[in-house]
Ligand binder design. Structure first.
Ligand code: UTP
Length: 300
């Protein structure tokens, strides 16, 4: 019987250089998307998929993040005293979302290194990794699909999205072959941020993973790769290409064609905020009207 996925790892220790100076003293995952930090959308997505144990891999300036997912008695008392019960409920809900744990990544040596910091907490069971700069629309329950793929195929599971070839240099890229199931492909090779000419496909790896615990042994052995960082992609490649299925190897991909918002750099962050605000029931109607008028004014 397959071991269920119970825990999620969320690395938030990157330097966020593309978003400086905002990220000088704040992890980029804490930047607000409308009225919630990006990472809250991601924790909510994991919780909706049935995960209650979340490990953050933190770096510098983690205190805002810890406070965000904790109870804050003085704030709650102030809201209670004002009779602002709706906001009181919202701040309490964040603290009660999940059972949250923290581990430090002493130096930001790469995403692979950040995931390795989770080894002790995870132990010998499959687990999720979610990146805080990818927000996935809650109407697309891709995590459930990915956990089902793990139950069916074993090994590790990636979330793949077809992108324009001109964009593939921004992502990890997977070479794939078809399986009997049209929504799942077998990953035969992986390369981190290839240029368009050498990319094996236009399947980009996006920030959701189900990983077999065998990944830890491979990450221990992984040398710094592209950008001098220990790349998760390199360890996953070993699982896909060299490690037999019975020993934790094998990688499949779930092909994602739902809605995803990228908050990792300034332009895509702005696009995410505008799209999410425009679709909100409360803010959307007046925001869309303002946006329409503003764009018309720019065009004249
Ligand atoms: P990114 O490469 O997108 O994040 O890493 P970054 O390095 O912070 O961003 P830029 O390129 O400098 O702007 C993907 C995810 O992995 C985490 C990041 O926080 C992000 O969620 N990460 C990356 C770590 O936790 N530790 C690292 O050493 C590197």
């Amino acid at each position: 019987m397959s071991v269920p996925v119970r825990k999620a790892v969320m690395p938030v220790a990157g330097l966020g250089t593309r978003f400086l100076p905002a990220t000088k003293a704040t992890p980029k995952e804490m930047l607000p998307v409308v009225d919630k930090p990006a990472i809250q959308y991601v924790v909510e997505e994991a919780v909706e998929a049935g995960i209650s144990d979340v490990l953050f891999v933190t770096g510098r300036a983690k205190y805002g993040l810890e406070d965000h997912f904790d109870r804050l008695p003085f704030l709650e008392q102030a809201l209670e005293a004002k009779g602002d019960l709706d906001r009181l409920r919202q701040v309490r809900e964040v603290a009660d979302l999940a059972d949250v744990h923290y581990v430090r990544q002493g130096e930001p040596l790469g995403l692979g290194h950040a995931v390795l910091m989770a080894a002790l907490h995870i132990g010998n069971e499959p687990f999720l990794v979610l990146l805080g700069d990818d927000i996935i629309d809650r109407r697309n329950p891709v995590l459930t699909q990915m956990m089902n793929a793990r139950a069916q195929h074993g090994g590790s599971v990636l979330c793949l999205m077809e992108v324009d070839p001109s964009q593939i240099h921004l992502y990890g890229c997977a070479a794939v072959e078809a399986t009997d199931d049209s929504t799942i492909v077998r990953v035969t090779d992986l390369v981190e941020k290839p240029d368009a000419a050498s990319a094996p496909s236009n399947y980009a790896v996006i920030g959701r993973y189900v990983l077999d615990p065998r990944i830890f042994a491979e990450l221990e052995r992984t040398k710094p790769g592209r950008g001098g960082e220990i790349q998760l992609t390199d360890a996953l490649r070993t699982l896909a290409v060299d490690v037999p299925a019975g020993e934790g190897g094998g990688v499949v991909g779930v092909v994602f064609n739902g809605r995803r918002y990228d908050t990792g750099d300034k332009l895509s962050y702005l696009q995410a905020v505008v799209q999410i605000a425009a679709e909100r029931d409360d803010l959307g109607p007046s925001f869309r009207e303002w946006l329409r008028e503003t764009v018309q004014a720019w065009e004249h």
